[in-house]
Design a protein around this ligand. Structure first.
Ligand code: ZN
Length: 118
């Protein structure tokens, strides 16, 4: 969870940054950013997923690997700590990279098994 509620800056103060559409850079586009914490708003076409999506992936993974309930709980805490549910700043690709990174570290499962489920 992010500590910030995110207030967009006004329309005059946008940051010119690369814009991605379907995973490819499509030139620069003005991005609004949060006036409070400075986080740039994600304008990717790939909408971020809910934490629930990743819980389903964990459940699926649990059919093939031994995952204790406490490990799942720790995963959720870590995903919240990393603000993975913060749709303002995170796109789907960033979420997936983070999820794989956390899961490999905390659950000791092969990266390939995770990628197949995303
Ligand atoms: Zn903010």
């Amino acid at each position: 969870m992010s500590d910030c509620d995110h207030k967009s800056c006004g329309s005059t103060e946008k940051a010119w940054l690369p814009y991605y559409y379907q995973g490819r850079a499509r030139g620069l586009k003005p991005h609004p950013f949060c006036a409070e914490c400075g986080l740039v708003k994600n304008l990717s076409s790939d909408r971020p997923r809910e934490i629930g999506f990743f819980l389903n992936v964990l459940a699926e993974l649990g059919k093939h690997y031994k995952i204790a309930a406490v490990q799942t709980r720790l995963m959720v805490l870590e995903m919240e700590r990393q603000a993975m549910d913060d749709g303002y700043g995170m796109d789907r690709m960033q979420q997936e990279e983070l999820f794989v990174d956390i899961a490999v570290r905390m659950l000791n499962v092969p990266e390939r098994a995770l990628r197949e489920l995303l």
